[in-house]
Each structure stands twice: as structure tokens, then as C-alpha cells.
Design a protein around this ligand. Structure first.
Ligand code: ADP
Ligand code: MG
Length: 213
């Protein structure tokens, strides 16, 4: 009989597991149990599962664990198509990363550019951004560098790669170091798979949740 996977089976640190429990997250969802070990091993990853299946923690937990080992420079960049999603993702990083004083900032349109520039210059560990506003910062006088990035996440990758954000994403990726982990998460992914393969030159782990019909 199969034993249900636990967060400790996935080699996550105890303090991370405890933080998850504070928000009622006690055992991993399928996308989490499949992707977290692969991400911790250093693999690029494409994960597809429907909305509400826990994709945010599937990337946030292993990123936070790796961040503890090497908290130098802007460590992870999370791109997402909307402001609302950016704030939701940032909230989850804030809650789980609280014991390690994780510093994050949210870079989205409609907020003051100068204030955002100041936040970016304070060496946040995690930047959660919509592509347009981050590209604006990279095109203007930069107060920060993305050259130390270890992880880039495309959340809602199908929407980010549907064409609308192409130019901004190109600007952003030109500023990223080659040696980084690429993590792509989406509800649907098949149409964009070829584009994703172009971005990641390494072999990537591909998880697709079985669809329930
Ligand atoms: P998705 O990005 O796949 O649409 P989210 O990552 O936004 O989904 O997660 C949806 C909700 O499920 C959030 O409120 C999150 O805290 C919760 N959640 C995530 N993982 C788990 C888990 N393993 N157990 C219980 N709840 C979870
Ligand atoms: Mg999501």
C-alpha cells in the first residue's frame, strides 16, 4: 500500500514544514510532491496543474530552502501576468520566509517608480514582478542587478508567453545570468511548450497533472 507523501519525504527543512502548518498546509499536493524534489536537485521544471492546485508553494518552498543556503543578491525572480497574482505570490513568500527574515519586493504597474527603485536597491531576496514594470526599471537608470539570480519563475507561463509580453520578457531575460534554474508553472501548457524549450537550454523535468474528466 502506498504511503501518502509528506513534506519531510520531500527533504524540506523542518522550519519550512512548520511554517506551512501555520497556514493550514499539512501535506503536499501532487504538483508539489512531484516538482519540489526535482527543483531541490537543481533541475529546470515545467509544471502544469489546474488553478488552485498549489503551484505557488511548489516553487516557493524549494526556492526558500535554497535561499537559506546562499542568501546573497537578488536570489529569485518571479514573473506573473497580473498585479493581483504578484501580491498573492509575495504573501506566500512572506509567510513561509518569516523565520529567516526573507526580504521581498513587488514590482508592478500603477505604483511609484522611484519608491520601487529604492526597494530594488535594498537587495531583496525575492522579486515578484509583472513583466512590463520590471522591464521599465531595467530600461531606465538601474539601482539593482539581476546578475546573481539563481531562479527565474514564470507563473502562469502560458499567459506570459502568449505574445503580449514577448518584448518585456526578452528585456528581462537579457539581464539574467545563464547559470540559473528556470521554473515554469501554468494551468495549461501544451501550446507554449516549444517556446519554453527555447528559453531553457537544459533538460527540464515536465510534470503534468492528470486531468479529471
Ligand atoms: P495555483 O497557483 O495552482 O492556482 P495556489 O498556489 O494559488 O494555486 O494555491 C491555492 C491555495 O491552496 C492557496 O490558498 C494555498 O495556500 C493553498 N495550498 C497550497 N498548497 C497546499 C497544500 N499542500 N495543502 C493545503 N492547501 C494548500
Ligand atoms: Mg498560481
Amino acid at each position: 500500500m502506498d504511503k501518502k507523501t509528506t513534506f519531510s519525504d520531500l527533504q524540506l527543512n523542518n522550519w519550512i514544514i512548520r511554517q506551512c502548518a501555520t497556514i493550514g498546509v499539512k501535506s503536499p499536493t501532487p504538483i508539489q510532491s512531484n516538482c519540489i524534489p526535482q527543483i531541490l536537485e537543481g533541475k529546470d521544471c515545467i509544471g502544469a496543474a489546474k488553478t488552485g492546485s498549489g503551484k505557488t508553494l511548489a516553487f516557493a518552498l524549494p526556492i526558500i530552502q535554497k535561499l537559506c543556503e546562499d542568501p546573497y543578491g537578488i536570489f529569485a525572480l518571479i514573473l506573473t501576468p497580473t498585479r493581483e497574482l504578484a501580491y498573492q505570490i509575495a504573501d506566500q513568500f512572506a509567510v513561509i520566509g518569516k523565520p529567516m527574515n526573507l526580504r521581498h519586493c513587488v514590482i508592478v504597474g500603477g505604483m511609484d517608480m522611484v519608491e520601487q527603485g529604492i526597494q530594488l536597491s535594498k537587495r531583496p531576496h525575492v522579486v515578484v514582478a509583472t513583466p512590463g514594470r520590471l522591464a521599465d526599471h531595467l530600461d531606465s537608470c538601474k539601482t539593482f542587478t539581476l546578475s546573481k539570480i539563481k531562479f527565474v519563475v514564470l507563473d502562469e507561463a502560458d499567459r506570459l508567453l502568449s505574445g503580449q509580453f514577448d518584448q518585456q520578457i526578452q528585456t528581462i531575460f537579457k539581464n539574467l545570468p545563464k547559470n540559473r534554474q528556470n521554473l515554469f508553472f501554468s494551468a495549461t501548457i501544451t501550446d507554449t511548450l516549444e517556446k519554453l524549450k527555447g528559453i531553457s537550454n537544459k533538460d527540464f523535468y515536465h510534470y503534468e497533472a492528470p486531468s479529471i474528466s
